[in-house]
Ligand binder design. Structure first.
Ligand SMILES: [Zn+2]
Length: 232
């Protein structure tokens, strides 16, 4: 079931307070139109009834997609600093819904689901896009780390992320995007040969894989955010 609840948002331009329907959970198998809306970035876009300003509701949403084998817990970008606590919370929620603490039939469904924690719409959209294109999100994060070493002018800073937004036969399309505003700062293409190179050399990436997959927030940013799980 997909659940929506009424939420009041203040327009940043004219200060009018208006009610919108915020998604609490999305079932993409029953509502493939919502999957498409996330992919085309129209999901949870709203318009101020007073001045027509376009706004986007922050994600606080649970996303289930059995067809693509994906389960997401998406949070607002400003909560990224709390990722360790949220990883624990979200892992527990997944375990109760489709994991070790769920019914046998739910566990059967859960066996094919990849659980992930995301912050903001760009990351949420990327996880869904990669799954749909059959690309391994862990290897994509490895590729991003590799790219950072090759791109001296990368605009990496808090609140700015590197996201895959498109794929063709021989290239991946990347953007540097400001997470909260979704403003694209830079776009570039990366030859798929770099991805193939990493896939052929995964032994060398084993330590990075282990860091990235410790917890449901599978994102290279966790390697830069504080001390991580070992020191916690
Ligand atoms: Zn307004």
């Amino acid at each position: 079931m997909s659940l929506f609840e009424t939420t009041s948002i203040q327009c940043p331009v004219c200060d009018t307070l208006s009610d919108f329907q915020a998604a609490g959970s999305v079932n993409a198998d029953r509502r493939p139109d919502l999957r498409e809306e996330i992919l085309d970035n129209s999901f949870q876009n709203v318009t101020c009834p007073s001045c027509n300003e376009m706004m986007r509701l922050e994600p606080v949403v649970n996303y289930l997609d059995v067809e693509l084998g994906l389960w997401l817990a998406a949070y607002p970008p400003r909560q990224i600093g709390e990722y360790l606590a949220l990883e624990d919370e979200v892992q527990m929620l997944f375990d109760e819904s489709y994991g070790a603490a769920a019914s046998a039939s739910a566990q059967e469904v859960g066996a094919d689901l990849q659980p992930r924690l995301t912050f903001g719409w760009p990351a949420t959209r990327e996880k869904l896009f990669l799954r749909k294109e059959g690309l391994d999100d862990v290897v994509i994060e490895m590729l991003k780390l590799d790219l950072l070493r090759r791109l001296p002018e990368a605009p990496l800073r808090p609140g700015v992320e590197l996201r895959v937004t498109s794929v063709s036969d021989d290239a991946l399309g990347f953007v540097w995007i400001e997470t909260a505003s979704e403003e694209i700062l830079q776009a570039f293409e990366c030859n798929k040969a770099l991805l193939v190179e990493i896939e052929g050399n995964l032994d060398a990436w084993a330590a990075v894989r282990s860091d990235l997959t410790r917890g449901l927030f599978v994102d290279m940013q966790k390697l830069y955010l504080g001390e991580g799980r070992d020191a916690a």
